[in-house]
Design a protein around this ligand. Structure first.
Ligand SMILES: [Zn+2]
Length: 211
């Protein structure tokens, strides 16, 4: 059987971590050896993943963005495992995504990735973009993540000191600074509350005619 490279995505607060915990549970129950990878860029929880019930699991590889996935140090663990799970996959570089693909196709080890599609500006993360291109299966996770209006959320809006913004670096981990939080929003609310507001804020001065 051809094992797959899979990408499961949702907006933030979409219950991805809970899905990872149940996936690991299911695999280990049938005797599979799971290898859990998390990018070091996600500083939340350090070398652990934490779900909403505060259950934790230590990751096997905390991957720096400058590093290869297969190194002298990780080689044995990767080739001995029966299933690779990647959390916060959007933070991987396109090169690291290609390496996941290579591992999957060369070893036939199944790889299941979880993450976000787009950043706070509504643009694809580079890692997610490459994964959409290469994954054998891409699936949007249910509608766990709801907008403030009740519609399913697709966007991850950023608030700084309580105000929505489209400015700033792509990666700002919430919780690292108390002034930053993320709010899952539907397309309409994102357009009205974040995008349009930001644009209008920029041209708030009425234009005066010279003639
Ligand atoms: Zn909405």
């Amino acid at each position: 059987m051809q094992e797959k490279l899979c990408f499961y995505y949702s907006a933030m607060k979409g219950g991805k971590t809970s899905r990872i915990f149940s996936k690991i549970h299911d695999l280990e129950e049938i005797g599979q050896k799971v290898l859990l990878i998390k990018p070091g860029k996600d500083t939340k929880g350090e070398n652990q993943i934490v779900n909403r019930l505060n259950q934790t699991r230590t990751v096997d590889i905390l991957l720096p963005s400058t590093s290869k996935i297969v190194t002298e140090e990780t080689f044995d663990r990767i080739y001995e495992c029966s299933h690779i799970i990647v959390d916060e996959v959007q933070f991987l570089t396109p090169e690291q995504i290609e390496e996941l693909w290579t591992i999957n196709k060369n070893t036939n080890i199944p790889i299941t990735c979880f993450g976000l599609l787009t950043n706070f500006q509504g643009k694809l993360f580079q890692g997610s973009k490459r994964l959409i291109e290469l994954a054998d299966e891409r699936l949007e996770l249910g509608t766990n993540s709801l907008c403030t209006c009740g519609a399913p959320a697709k966007f991850n809006a950023r608030k700084v000191n309580g105000v929505f913004t489209m400015e700033g670096d792509e990666v700002e981990i919430d919780g690292a600074s108390s002034s930053i939080e993320y709010v899952p929003l539907c397309g309409t609310c994102y357009y009205n509350k974040v995008y349009r507001k930001g644009k209008m804020g920029k041209c708030i001065k009425p234009k005066t005619r010279l003639s």
